[in-house]
Ligand binder design. Structure first.
Ligand code: PNS
Length: 162
């Protein structure tokens, strides 16, 4: 059984993430989408909300499940008998950052990272930009599933009126 993790913050999930998850699911028997907390980013959605949106978005893909993880990714992989980490790469900047994490994760646990090029058309999409565009009243409908766009707009409204 070849099982891989697709880790990320997914705050919120984008079509770019989903493209990588779907392609990972074609390469491995099982893919666990691992929702973690990036300590350097502030969250728009709670981890539980991100899991809920991802679970909805991945319905219909056999072998794909979504889990929350806390702590080190390599511990999550060890506990779940996960032999590989899959990450999407959009740019050279992504590569520099991801390579460092891949080396560290490999050193810590022996788990290797497989890089997939971002899907054509999604290389400029990031959750950070999605949050910024939504917060400033822009249209994110092309970049995220419809339910995610609606919940993001709702969250922005809630934050404005708080
Ligand atoms: O989508 P992101 O924000 O790039 O996801 C980053 C994430 C959550 C995958 C990364 O921060 C992570 O793996 N965090 C878990 C803590 C950990 O294992 N840190 C050591 C990494 S070498």
């Amino acid at each position: 059984m070849r099982r891989a993790a697709c880790p990320g913050s997914f705050d919120p999930v984008t079509h770019g993430h989903l493209d990588v998850i779907e392609r990972a699911a074609n390469l491995f028997d099982e893919v666990v989408v691992a929702v973690g907390n990036n300590m350097s980013k502030s969250g728009l959605f709670t981890p539980a909300e991100r899991v809920e949106m991802l679970t909805h978005a991945c319905v219909g893909w056999p072998g794909v499940s979504v889990s929350l993880f806390d702590g080190l990714l390599v511990d999550f992989c060890r506990e779940g008998d996960i032999g590989a980490i899959v990450k999407g790469l959009r740019s050279a900047a992504d590569f520099d950052h991801e390579l460092q994490m891949a080396h560290m994760n490999q050193y810590l646990s022996g788990v290797d990272t497989v890089f997939l090029p971002a899907g054509r058309g999604w290389s400029y999409v990031s959750s950070t930009l999605i949050r910024e565009i939504a917060a400033l009243g822009g249209d994110i409908a092309d970049f995220v599933p419809r339910a995610v766009a609606e919940r993001t707009a709702e969250r922005v409204r809630e934050q404005r009126s708080a």
